[in-house]
Design a protein around this ligand. Structure first.
Ligand SMILES: [Zn+2]
Ligand SMILES: [Zn+2]
Length: 986
C-alpha cells in the first residue's frame, strides 16, 4: 500500500489543489436545514446529532468590492476560519457567510478616475450610464478579494455569497427605509454636515480624521452702528481661523454678563466687505476667555453657530458650493476657491484697516478619511434616522434597544458579550451619546433613497411597507409629477442590515423562514475596532429593530435576547510590523500577505498569526517566525514520510496495518468520522511511551479546546506546536523507532501448524511488536492532524488523505471530529511525570557525554542512584535509555561516588563510567555556581512562602507547587554541597 508523498514539502502545489477542491466540492456549504441537501456530518462521537447543538454562524465583515487583501483581513479571516473549522469539527452545524460591500465612495471614485483617464467624466456620462459603467467595472474587477480568499482556503459557504447591492439586499434596504419612515423615525432636514469638497458628499463624523494644524487667528474689527444706522466709529473685534466664512455671518454673539460689552446690548454691526447689517446677540454659550469674547456667528458653516442661530432665530446663509467655492452669496468673491477667497478677504480687510491682529494659532482640522481634503462644515439638506426618538406607535428608541442588548438586564446574562470586555464600555458610552444618524450621501453609486418629491405640492411620498411598486402619484395631492430623490443611502445602512438580510429578510418564503430559524441570531462577529461604531453598532440597532417582529420557530413572540444580530463580538487586534510600528504606505512597511503566502505557504502564515493572537494584544508580524512555522510544517511532512515508509514496509511482510482494518469497518458502515481510532482497541499494558503520548494528546486536546473557547489563539497554537514537534516528533518518533523492526516471518496460521525455528519465532514476535507500535503511532499522528487542521488546513488535508491512502472516511479532514480531552486507562499525570523523568535522564546522560567529550560512536555504562518509584521505570525502559543516550549498561547503585561528574535531579543522580580524570578546579567552579543558584532559588521560595499576603491570595495548587519546588531545590543543594566537600583538595 503506497502512500505517495513527494520528498519535499511544497506548500504551493498542495494549497492550490485543496483550495480548488474545497470550493468545487462545496464542502462548506450549509444548506437550509430541513432541505434534502442538508446532511454533511455524521453523528458526533457522543452520539448526538449535530442539530442538537445550536448552529455556529458567522458573517464575514464584507470587504469593499474594490478591496485587496491586507494583513488585517488575513488576521481576521484566519481567526474566523480557525473558529469555524473548530466548531464544525466539534459537531456544530457551521455556517460562515461571505460577501462584498458596494462601498459607495470608494467605488465611485475608482470608476471616476478611470473616466478621467479616458477624457470623459461622470457628469458627461449622466447618472444612468455612469451606474451602468460601475456595474461593468464590478463585473470585471470587483470581488478580486474573494478570489484571494478562496486561495486562502477560508471555509465559507460560497453558495450564500451576497453583494450589498444585489436584489435581495436592495429589497431589504428599501423595506427598512420605508418602515422607519412610516414609523416616524426618518426625516429630512437642514443640518450642518461634514462636507467633503473632494468627494462632494456629506461624510459621517466617523469618516472625519482630526489633526493639529498650524494656522492663524485673525482678529477683525466689525464697525458698530449708531442710532442713525451709520458707522459710529467704534468697533467690535471678533476672532476667527476661517475669515472667508464671514461672508455668511448673520450675527455676532457676546456673553450677556461680559462687562466689557454691556454697553453694546441691543446694538447692530456692519458686516465689512458685504455691508450687511447684523445684530449683536447675547448668549451664555460664548466663552469670555476665548479670543476677544465676541464670536462671529456663521450658522451655515459651523455646528455651534447653527445651534446658536436656532436659539436666536437667525438666518443661515450658505456661502459655498459643493466644491467649496464661494457662491453668489459671497458678493465680489463669488466663484473662487475658499482658500483663494481667504487671501483676498484678508487683503481687502487690511486695506480698510479692519484687521486688528494676526496671531499664530494651532487648531484641530478635520480631513476626509478617504480623500484627505479639509472638511467644510456646511449647511445642507440631508436624510436622518432619529435614533433617540420613540416610533409613532410608542416604545423604545433604536438607541435604547441597542443599549439594552449589551447591558445585562437585571443581573441576567448579557444578550451580546464583547471580548475584550473593555469594548463594551466604549460601545455603551458612544451609544448613550449618539446623535441622529445622517444616512444620505450625494453620490450616484449606491441605494437610491426610495422617496419621491412632488413638483406641485413639494411634499414627499414614500411607498408603504411591504409594497414593491414605486409610487405613481403624490400621496398628498395626487399629482403624477414625481421625481425620485437623487441622494443615495450611506453604505453602512445596507451593511447594517446584513444579519437579517443575508437570511432573506424581509422576503418570507419557507426557505428564508427556515434559514432565519436556524441561523439567527448569528453566533459571533469577529471584526476590527475601527468599525465598532460604523458597523457593529449599526447592526445591533437594525438587528434588534427589524427582527423583533419575526416570531420564533414555534410561533411564540421573539424574546429580546433572540433579536440581537449576534451573541458575541470579538474585536481583533492590529497587525504591526516586526518593530511594532503601525503598517502604513507612507512608511513603506506594509507587509503584503499574498507575498508572504507565496514565499512560505498559507499554513505557515496562518500559524504565525494564530500563534500571536490573543484578546487585546497587537501582533508584531515577523517573517522569521513564519520561516519557523514553515519548518514546523516540514517537520510534520517528514514525520509522515517516515511513518508511511514503515507502514509500507510492514505491509510487505504481510502485516495487516490499521488501514486494512479500517477498510473492513467502513464496509460494514460502522465508521464514524473519528475513524477507526474511536474503537476502544488501545489499552492494557502499552509501553510507557505509548501511554505517555496518548495522555499528552488528550491533555493537549483539552488545552486547545479551552484556549479556543476563550479566543486564546496563541495558547492553542503553541500547545499544538509543543505537542506535535516537541513531544511527538522529537521524542515519541525516536523512541517508537526501536519497536519498528519488520522482517519476513511465518504467519500465525503457519506457526500453529508446524514447529518454528528460533529465528522464525523471533521474527514473528518482532513483527507483532512492530504492528502494535504502528497502531499507536498512526492513531496519534492522525489525531494530531485533526488537532492541527483548523490552523494548517492544507498540510493536514494532504497528509490526512495520505494516511487513509486516498480513501478517507470523509471528504475532508475538516468534516472529521476534533479531538477532545478523554480519560485514559491510567493516571495521565503520573505517566507524564514518569516520562518527564526518563527524558531528563536521557538529556542528562547526553550532557555528561558532551561534558566529558565522549565520542559519538562510543557507548558508555552508566551508574544511577534513583528513588524507589523511578527505579522500575528505568528498568522497563532500559532499551530506550540505551539507544537514545548511547548507553551500554545500566547499573543501579545506592550512591554515585562524588568523584564522578554527575547529573542530578531530585529523583536521581547519574554518572557515566568513562575513563577521564575529573578536572577538580573546573568541577569546583561549576558546583559553586550551582550552589549559588540553588541558594538564591531557595531564598526566593522561602520569602514567598513566608509572605502571609501572598499565601492568603494564591490558589492552593500554586502554594503546593512552590512547596514542592522548595523541597526539591533543598535536596539539590544538599547533593551539590556533598559533592563539593568530596572533591580532592587542589
Ligand atoms: Zn473626500
Ligand atoms: Zn403633491
Amino acid at each position: 500500500m503506497p502512500h505517495d508523498l513527494p520528498k519535499a514539502y511544497d506548500p504551493t502545489a498542495i494549497e492550490d489543489h485543496w483550495a480548488a477542491y474545497w470550493v468545487r466540492e462545496k464542502l462548506f456549504a450549509q444548506p437550509t436545514p430541513g432541505t434534502p441537501a442538508t446532511p454533511v456530518q455524521d453523528q458526533s462521537p457522543d452520539g448526538q446529532s449535530p442539530g442538537a447543538q445550536p448552529a455556529f454562524v458567522v458573517l464575514l465583515p464584507p470587504p469593499n468590492v474594490t478591496g485587496r487583501l491586507h494583513m488585517g483581513h488575513m488576521l481576521n479571516q484566519t481567526e474566523m476560519d480557525i473558529l469555524t473549522r473548530w466548531r464544525r469539527m466539534s459537531g456544530r452545524l457551521a455556517l460562515w457567510v461571505p460577501g462584498t460591500d458596494h462601498a459607495g465612495i470608494a467605488t465611485q471614485m475608482m470608476v471616476e478616475r478611470q473616466l478621467v483617464s479616458e477624457g470623459t467624466s461622470r457628469q458627461k456620462l449622466g447618472r444612468e450610464a455612469f451606474i451602468e459603467r460601475v456595474w461593468q467595472w464590478k463585473q470585471h474587477y470587483g470581488g478580486a478579494i474573494l478570489e484571494q480568499m478562496k486561495r486562502l482556503g477560508v471555509s465559507v459557504d460560497w453558495s450564500r455569497e451576497y453583494f450589498t447591492m444585489d436584489e435581495p439586499r436592495s429589497l431589504a434596504v428599501r423595506e427598512a427605509f420605508v418602515r422607519l419612515y412610516h414609523q416616524g423615525l426618518i426625516y429630512r432636514g437642514a443640518y450642518i454636515v461634514n462636507w467633503c469638497p473632494g468627494c462632494q458628499t456629506a461624510v459621517s463624523d466617523l469618516e472625519v480624521i482630526h489633526s493639529e494644524h498650524k494656522g492663524h487667528l485673525w482678529e477683525i474689527k466689525y464697525p458698530i452702528l449708531g442710532a442713525d444706522g451709520k458707522d459710529s466709529g467704534e468697533f467690535l473685534t471678533v476672532a476667527t481661523t476661517r475669515p472667508e466664512t464671514m461672508l455668511g455671518d448673520t450675527a455676532v454673539a457676546i456673553h450677556p454678563e461680559d462687562e466689557r460689552y454691556l454697553h453694546l446690548h441691543g446694538k447692530k454691526l456692519r458686516l465689512p466687505l458685504i455691508n450687511r447689517e447684523i445684530p449683536i446677540v447675547l448668549d451664555e454659550w460664548v466663552s469670555r476667555e476665548f479670543g476677544t469674547g465676541a464670536v462671529k456667528v456663521t450658522p451655515a458653516h459651523d455646528p455651534n453657530d447653527f445651534a446658536l442661530a436656532e436659539r436666536h432665530q437667525l438666518p443661515a446663509i450658505n456661502v459655498m458650493d459643493d466644491r467649496a467655492h464661494i457662491n453668489s452669496e459671497g458678493g465680489p468673491y463669488a466663484g473662487v476657491d475658499r482658500y483663494v477667497a481667504r487671501k483676498h478677504i484678508v487683503h481687502d480687510l487690511e486695506a480698510q484697516g479692519l484687521v486688528a491682529a494676526v496671531k499664530d494659532y494651532t487648531n484641530n482640522v478635520g480631513h476626509c478619511d478617504r480623500c484627505k481634503t479639509v472638511i467644510e462644515p456646511r449647511l445642507s439638506t440631508q436624510w436622518f434616522i432619529a435614533v433617540n426618538k420613540q416610533p409613532n406607535a410608542g416604545g423604545a428608541s433604536m438607541a435604547e434597544l441597542a443599549i439594552a442588548a449589551v447591558k445585562s438586564g437585571s443581573g441576567g446574562p448579557k444578550a451580546i458579550r464583547f471580548t475584550p470586555e473593555n469594548y463594551e464600555k466604549i460601545y455603551l458610552e458612544w451609544m448613550t451619546n449618539i446623535h441622529d444618524w445622517c444616512i444620505s450621501r450625494q453620490l450616484w453609486w449606491g441605494h437610491r433613497i426610495p422617496a419621491w418629491h412632488c413638483a406641485v405640492c413639494h411634499k414627499i411620498t414614500v411607498p408603504l411597507p411591504n409594497t414593491k411598486e414605486d409610487p405613481a402619484a403624490c400621496a398628498h395631492c395626487g399629482s403624477d409629477k414625481l421625481t425620485q430623490e437623487t441622494d443615495v443611502l450611506d453604505t453602512w445602512f445596507s451593511s447594517g442590515l446584513l444579519p437579517v438580510s443575508v437570511f432573506g429578510w424581509p422576503n418570507v418564503t419557507p426557505q428564508t423562514r427556515a434559514d432565519f430559524d436556524a441561523f439567527y441570531p448569528t453566533s459571533l462577529l469577529v471584526t476590527g475596532f475601527d468599525i465598532l461604531f460604523f458597523w457593529v453598532a449599526r447592526m445591533i440597532m437594525f438587528g434588534c429593530w427589524f427582527s423583533r417582529d419575526i416570531p420564533m420557530r414555534d410561533g411564540s413572540p421573539r424574546p429580546f435576547a433572540e433579536s440581537v444580530p449576534y451573541r458575541e463580538v470579538y474585536i481583533h487586534a492590529l497587525v504591526r510590523d516586526a518593530n511594532r510600528e503601525k503598517m502604513s504606505k507612507t512608511k513603506g512597511n506594509v507587509v503584503d500577505p499574498i507575498e508572504i503566502v507565496k514565499a512560505y505557504g498559507t499554513d505557515a502564515v496562518r500559524f504565525t498569526l494564530a500563534s500571536m493572537a490573543s484578546p487585546g494584544t497587537d501582533i508584531a508580524f515577523n517573517v522569521a517566525r513564519t520561516e519557523g512555522y514553515r519548518a514546523f510544517a516540514n517537520k510534520i511532512w517528514n514525520a509522515a514520510r517516515f511513518i508511511f515508509m514503515n507502514v509500507d514496509k510492514a505491509a510487505e511482510f504481510g502485516i495487516k496495518n490499521p488501514f486494512d482494518v479500517l477498510g473492513q469497518h467502513r464496509d460494514r458502515g460502522e465508521i464514524k468520522y473519528e475513524g477507526l481510532f474511536s474503537l476502544p482497541i488501545i489499552g492494557g499494558n502499552l509501553p510507557l511511551e505509548d501511554r505517555w503520548i496518548l495522555a499528552l494528546l488528550y491533555k493537549t486536546a483539552g488545552e486547545v479546546n479551552d484556549a479556543l473557547e476563550n479566543y486564546r489563539f496563541d495558547e492553542a497554537a503553541n500547545a499544538i506546536y509543543q505537542f506535535f514537534w516537541g513531544s511527538f516528533c522529537d521524542w515519541y518518533l525516536e523512541i517508537v523507532k526501536l519497536r519498528l523492526n519488520f522482517s519476513p516471518a511465518p504467519s500465525r496460521e503457519e506457526l500453529s501448524q508446524r514447529h518454528p525455528t528460533v529465528e522464525e519465532e523471533k521474527a514473528f514476535e518482532l513483527n507483532a511488536v512492530g504492528s502494535g507500535a504502528l497502531y499507536t503511532l498512526l492513531f496519534v499522528f492522525e489525531s494530531s492532524l485533526r488537532l492541527l487542521s483548523p490552523f494548517m488546513p492544507f498540510l493536514t488535508e494532504e497528509l490526512w488523505h495520505a494516511v487513509y491512502d486516498g480513501e478517507p472516511p470523509a471528504k475532508s479532514i475538516a468534516l472529521a471530529i476534533f479531538p477532545k480531552p478523554r480519560a485514559t486507562w491510567d493516571s495521565p499525570v503520573l505517566v507524564i511525570e514518569e516520562m518527564a523523568l526518563l527524558q531528563d535522564l536521557i538529556t542528562g546522560i547526553r550532557w555528561l557525554r558532551k561534558e566529558q567529550s565522549v565520542e559519538e560512536k562510543t557507548l558508555t555504562p552508566i551508574i544511577i542512584s534513583a528513588l524507589g518509584g523511578f527505579k522500575p521505570v528505568i528498568d522497563e525502559n532500559r532499551a530506550i535509555i540505551e539507544r537514545l543516550a548511547r548507553v551500554s549498561d545500566i547499573r543501579h547503585v545506592l550512591r554515585v561516588p562524588n568523584d564522578l561528574l554527575q547529573y542530578r535531579n531530585p529523583s536521581f543522580e547519574v554518572a557515566i563510567l568513562y575513563e577521564r580524570t575529573i578536572d577538580a578546579p573546573a568541577e569546583r567552579e561549576r558546583l559553586t555556581k550551582d550552589i549559588a543558584r540553588y541558594e538564591k532559588g531557595l531564598a526566593a521560595a522561602e520569602r514567598q512562602l513566608g509572605n502571609q499576603a501572598f499565601l492568603a491570595k494564591a490558589p492552593p495548587h500554586v502554594v503546593e507547587g512552590l512547596k514542592k519546588q522548595e523541597a526539591e531545590t533543598r535536596l539539590l543543594l544538599e547533593k551539590a554541597l556533598a559533592a563539593l566537600a568530596a572533591l580532592p583538595e587542589s
